[in-house]
Design a protein around this ligand. Sequence first.
Ligand code: AMP
Ligand code: TRP
Length: 336
Amino acid sequence: MTGTTEKKVILSGIQPTNKLTLGNYLGAIKQWVRIQNDYDAYFMAVDQHAITARQDPAQLRKNTLFSVACYIAAGIDPERCVLFIQSQVHQHSQLAWTLNCFGYMGELSRMIQFKEKSAKSGSNIPVGLFTYPLLMAADILLYDTALVPVGDDQTQHVELTRDIAERMNGIYGPDTFVIPKAHIPKVAARVMDLLTPTSKMSKSAVNENGSIFISDSAADIERKFKRATTDSETVIAFDTENKPGVSNLLSIQSAITSESLEEVIARYEGKQYGHLKLETAQIVIKELIPIQQRAQELVDEKTELNRILKMGAERASEHAERTIKRIHERIGYVVI
Ligand code: AMP
Ligand code: TRP
């Protein structure tokens, strides 16, 4: 019942709300590229998750296409991995409904992300914001996923997925679902906001100058790094508690160049914050500009991207349909 190959299944996705950031790139996409060959890998743009907050249709479409183009431009091999857009594989919503009947109000109410986001939604909280972890559980369980590479803010959702899968395995048999595990990358697990280095760099930051977007121009990247918040000292050292800004720049460099933090720090002996900021900007520019150019070409050219997405949706759908059949048989639906 596991995938078509002997490799374990790994699956992840990013919401195409707004533009992807350097945090998404270093914390997610670059990690996916690194591990794609070791697994049976599924990567997607989760547009159905994005609509838990109101989206402009043209913008959502644009962000979705640009984000999958970025995955490819960053090195995800669409021939080897299954690369797709969530809404193009209808089995996600289909399994989500079934999981809605096995997830409990109590456990969903405990989701930190729900508490945070609903607090910002005013009095009209979309039901989808509440049940969203069950759509995420469906994303994961559809493909017999063993490992889910996500940031630490998503581990609670993966835990919930495990709980529900175990609950259903208890009812319908131990091989109903593969029990997934979160996989947290070691390096650059958290890229911090450049202006407020005590919070995570986010797609939806209030001040866009604190976030580097993959689509930023070289001039914007340089300007944002030059203005990055540091501290009142002059020593370049890694100390997230007392020097969060400087530490963030050091770990961004280390995540891109694959040098250890010690090696990066050694390069800055006797140098000033200005050097660190400018050189971090240059390293980021060198990494992101070719990716953003290739992604834009793929979006503009269309044919190749459409071919890839169609192939990805078909391959995803094939696996997802096998799972749906299995689950429907066990639930007692009539399967023909
Ligand atoms: P989000 O942008 O919050 O939807 O996150 C999508 C994925 O990108 C997460 O699972 C994280 O792995 C990664 N990610 C987002 N922001 C950051 C960040 N500031 N630092 C590291 N990883 C991040
Ligand atoms: N909820 C995740 C986030 O906001 C995105 C996501 C949706 C996801 N489905 C997934 C991540 C499945 C991993 C696996 O970041």
